[in-house]
Ligand binder design. Structure first.
Ligand code: BGC
Length: 715
């Protein structure tokens, strides 16, 4: 590897004299990229705009790592190869045996922390581990909204609200890219379900797109500056997302001024026309019908069908980001330290656990709980993780056969080897903590009857390419919980799930804890919350419906089609009113609302002050009125605009307070959240905007309104 000095010198040699004379910091990545491209042959340029999927190859090209993507570098110009790994929740394994990695909790768990600091720390941890394994591009930053609660990839993403998802994705991307890495954000755009993901066509008015899924991407990109954006498999408005000139050229590169490169999803390129329509790099090329961006692109450039300027732009975007993000001759990343990285995963998991119900203060487990029976969910082994390309497989993971219908190319169903049973035994040494596998409800009920407390672990596996058919717990687990709760009302249910589950047994159990897929230290995180070492502070980043009939699409679009080859349209009826906004619009009461989560302490909000003007600012005081230190997340919601009711999250704050302590919080609305998309811009109507401060989307505590001046904001 060349030294840093040599790299700087060799790049300087490629710069125009004027640039060389300027101080070093003044030489922009753009100028450096152009100087390098000026020295490239057309073949060298073409080689940078398409790449293989090494994990499908045998043998793999020299120097590649078994993973999702590889694009060879240009040694003579000191441009390193792009070595790409999936990384939504940790460095994905992609079939590399004996390669340890730290599994973060799922994206939904991360979103439930409402903590950008936690997302950034997680990103930095993944970025570091990825570099230690030799990667320099992470296929992370998933920000598709939870529009369809059955989506098998919701667990990879960051919930249903564009502000929350966009900010959390930005923070995670910043963390990754702090480590001399490029991160993507994906899958652009409206890739909100797996059913029919290769053939579904989303038809949605422009305003609804801009105010929901596109806003999440916009915020992720402006706050995180990802080096690359991965376009999606599906069609939007009749055109595949990876060859969609509106999405790629007009919105992303035009309106948002995006400077990085667009890489395709694996197998998402359908024509050479994608190059002119905004795609910069064809990924996983073996999965496409042909390698469009190799010989066909070269011929098209030579014949003038695709301009030389466009090829230059494609390469420029890639090389510019490699320079800007520090991929050229980065510092030594050090050695993998699973114990240190595990602490990051543990902290995120603890913060992401959401306490949904806690009657009679059943939790935290009291010292009087001498006999505790843990039931089901393979809690003796570990905690469930979600499936697909994001699958991280720490060395202590345990494999189980996936349910019927799981994608054949998947790696099955994995449990991270962090056993809640063992963690509880360690955390409650005075108690007798036993285990019942939960396979026989009657036997489990008998065990519960003779225990002081029963804790049922319920699991629901979903995966990329495997949506949940409904939101009920699979494999008779509802019956198991009902039987246990009938035997002992002091029953706690711990959910490990990638979807918002229905809970027909809710009234019968004492407590419910949503642990999502809690990652490589998830068992400990759950035990720490159950025993009270950690006060729960997670808040739901998605709405939990009471019934499927409350959803805008009671049936999963495309699920009734006989195969995955007949194209179909998806017309999401809710438009931009995703999740809680749909429930507010319809006046429906969900099982648990967005933003909801209980604590072991209690909080009071007071003294709301609102200021208007160009935008709206709210300040108020949060007081911990309970008996223990804990963290609260008060949320600020728009309730109505001048001419219509409109609910939107416009801000939140995570506040950690000692008993009796108070803090004043001030939140200012991004004007786009007060605006509507109209006439190719954001329009803020002049007038009174009503807002409330609440503990969740359905629980207003302080209300008021402020006058905001009208404005037309260009994108
Ligand atoms: C997924 C992407 C992933 C890629 C590479 C695709 O199936 O949709 O999220 O990055 O594979 O593994």
């Amino acid at each position: 590897m060349i030294s840093r000095l040599l790299a700087a010198a060799s790049l300087a040699a490629l710069m125009p004299l004027a640039a060389q004379a300027a101080p070093k910091a003044a030489v922009s990545p753009d100028a450096r990229a152009d100087a390098l491209i000026a020295r490239m042959t057309i073949d060298e340029q073409i080689a940078l705009v398409h790449g293989v999927m090494p994990s499908l190859m045998n043998p793999m090209p020299a120097g590649t790592i078994r993973s999702a993507g590889y694009i060879p570098g240009l040694e003579r110009l000191h441009i390193p190869a792009l070595k790409e790994s999936d990384a939504s929740l940790g460095v994905a394994n992609a079939g590399r045996a004996h390669d340890d990695a730290t599994a973060l909790p799922s994206g939904l768990a991360l979103a439930a922390t409402f903590s950008e600091a936690t997302a950034q720390a997680g990103g930095a941890m993944i970025g570091r581990e990825a570099r230690q394994k030799g990667f320099n591009v992470l296929l992370a930053g998933g920000v598709d909204l939870t529009r369809e609660p059955r989506n098998g990839r919701n667990f990879e993403y960051l919930g249903e609200d564009p502000l929350l998802a966009g900010r959390m994705a930005a923070a995670s991307i910043r963390g990754i890219q702090s480590q001399h890495m490029v991160s993507t954000t994906k899958h652009f755009a409206i890739n909100d379900q797996e059913t029919g993901r290769m053939i579904g066509n989303v038809e949605m008015p422009e305003s609804a797109q801009r105010e929901s899924d596109l806003l999440a991407f916009e915020l992720a990109i402006e706050g995180g500056h990802p080096g690359s954006v991965m376009c999606a498999y599906n069609k939007v408005g009749g055109t595949y997302a990876c060859e969609n000139p509106h999405l790629l050229n007009e919105v992303l590169k035009g309106d948002w001024g995006y400077k990085g490169w667009v890489m395709s999803d694996w197998g998402a390129v359908h024509s050479l026309g994608a190059a002119s329509n905004g795609l910069d790099q064809e990924s996983g090329q073996q999965l496409d019908k042909q390698v469009y961006f190799d010989k066909p692109l070269k011929a098209a450039v030579e014949s003038g069908q695709v301009s030389r300027a466009r090829l230059h732009d494609m390469v420029h975007r890639i090389v510019r980001e490699m320079i800007a993000k520090g991929l050229i001759d980065p510092p030594d990343p050090g050695k993998l330290d699973i114990a240190k990285d595990g602490a990051v995963a543990l902290h995120a998991a603890e913060q992401g656990v959401v306490l949904l119900k806690n009657d009679h203060r059943l939790l935290p487990l009291a010292g009087s709980a001498r006999r505790i029976v843990v039931i089901g969910g393979h809690a003796d082994v570990g905690v469930l993780s979600g499936g697909g390309s994001s699958q991280v497989i720490p060395l202590n993971s345990v494999h189980f056969a996936p349910p019927k219908g799981a994608p054949p190319w998947g790696q099955g169903m994995w449990f991270d080897g962090s056993s809640p049973l063992k963690a509880l035994q360690a955390a409650a040494p005075g108690a007798q903590v036993t285990f019942d596998a939960g396979t026989d409800p009657a036997a489990a009920a008998a065990a519960a009857r003779s225990a002081d407390v029963a804790i049922v672990f319920a699991t629901h596996w979903v995966s990329e390419a495997y949506d949940a058919r409904d939101l009920s717990l699979p494999e008779n687990q509802d019956a198991l919980i009902a039987a246990v709760a009938a035997a002992n009302p002091r029953t706690v249910v711990v959910l490990e799930s990638g979807v918002p589950n229905l809970m027909p047994w809710l009234d019968k159990v004492g407590a419910v804890v949503e642990a999502w897929y809690p990652g490589g230290r998830g068992g400990e995180a759950i035990a720490n919350v159950l025993t009270g070492k950690v006060a729960p502070s997670g808040r739901l980043p998605i709405t939990f419906p009471a019934t499927l009939s409350q959803l805008p699409e009671p049936a999963l679009p495309g699920a009734d089609l006989p195969n995955e080859t007949t194209p179909f349209d998806i017309r999401y009826a809710e438009g931009s009113d995703v999740g809680y906004r749909w429930f507010a619009r319809q006046g429906e009461k969900p099982l648990f609302p967005f933003g909801y989560g209980l604590s072991y302490s209690a909080f009071r909000y007071s003294g709301l002050k609102l200021a208007g003007g160009k935008t709206l600012t709210a300040s108020f005081t949060v007081t911990n009125t309970g008996a223990r230190a804990a963290t609260d997340t008060p949320q600020l919601y728009l309730k109505s605009e001048p001419h219509r009711a409109q609910q939107r999250l416009i801000g939140w704050s995570r506040v950690t307070l000692k008993p009796g302590e108070s803090r004043t919080v001030s939140l200012t609305a991004d004007p786009r959240l007060l605006a509507s998309w109209a006439d190719h811009g954001w329009r803020v109507d002049p007038g009174a905007y009503a807002v409330f401060v609440g503990s969740d989307a359905m629980t207003p505590v302080l209300s008021g309104s402020a006058k905001v001046a009208g404005a037309n904001l260009r994108p």
